[in-house]
Write a protein that binds this ligand. Structure first.
Ligand code: F6R
Length: 235
């Protein structure tokens, strides 16, 4: 495991974006595993800057996102599809049909099965970007008594709903379930880059990477990945 500490959010974002840009330069049709949330926004901004400077070409890139709320229309500005379009896809030259986000409107069992097949058909993820929740969740893999492997539907914990309520008019509007890829898909990525920032994330990042490997802290299994870079920013 490679651990990088930065002083600023901008520096963390730049380092993470560099790893993704390098992957695309070396493999123009790379499969990028992407995440939503506040943490990766700076990484996406930096990738957009590199695209605009002519340094990275996304025309053959494929992307696979980690998760989506159940029941939200992709056009809803709280859906993860909307988030990705807004922060990245509409700002670079990626083919919309090459971007995959679980479909929150499909019957959930079908959406999960189709998503696993899609990832397999693409040949797996070359580089996976991850954030981490305050309870150690990855994607929407919440603390549990076992690691969930494939793409599945998850009932969101109260703490995750409360943390995400800031994006909704009220906590009652935060969906109660989500579709998330499982830990097998995440662990099968050839390379993983986890970004986390701020003092509030320090304890959970330490616990995930220096504590016991346990499904009670889903991110802890990442300790077993052979090619993971953790970029922690103090700010
Ligand atoms: C979302 C996702 C989540 C977030 C996590 C941290 O696709 O994968 O696991 O990474 O909830 O969110 P932020 O970055 O908002 O602190």
């Amino acid at each position: 495991m490679e651990w990088i500490t930065t002083e600023t959010y901008a520096e963390m974002s730049r380092k993470a974006a560099n790893l993704f840009a390098a992957t695309v330069i070396l493999k123009p049709n790379a499969v990028l595993g992407l995440a939503t949330g506040s943490t990766p926004i700076g990484t996406y901004d930096r990738l957009v800057e590199m695209y605009k400077a002519g340094d990275v070409d996304f025309s053959r890139v494929r992307t696979v996102n980690l998760d989506e709320y159940c029941g939200l229309d992709p056009a809803n500005d709280q859906s993860y599809r909307w988030f990705m379009n807004h922060h990245l896809f509409h700002r670079i030259n990626i083919e919309p049909s090459n971007t995959y986000v679980p479909n929150g409107l499909l019957e959930p069992e079908r959406a999960c099965a189709e998503y696993d097949q899609t990832i397999e058909r693409l040949g797996g993820v070359d580089i996976q970007l991850l954030g981490i929740g305050l309870n150690g969740h990855i994607g929407f893999n919440e603390p549990h008594d076992s690691f969930d492997l494939g793409t599945h539907v998850i009932k969101l914990s109260d703490s995750t709903r409360a943390a995400n309520a800031r994006f909704f008019a009220s906590i009652d509007e935060v969906p109660k379930a989500a579709i998330t890829v499982g830990m097998r898909t995440i662990m099968q990525a050839k390379r993983i880059v986890l970004v986390a920032n701020g003092p509030q994330k320090y304890e959970i990042v330490k616990r995930a990477f220096e504590g016991e490997v346990t499904p009670a802290v889903p991110a802890s299994i990442l300790q077993l990945h052979p090619n993971i870079t953790v970029i922690y920013s103090k700010e």
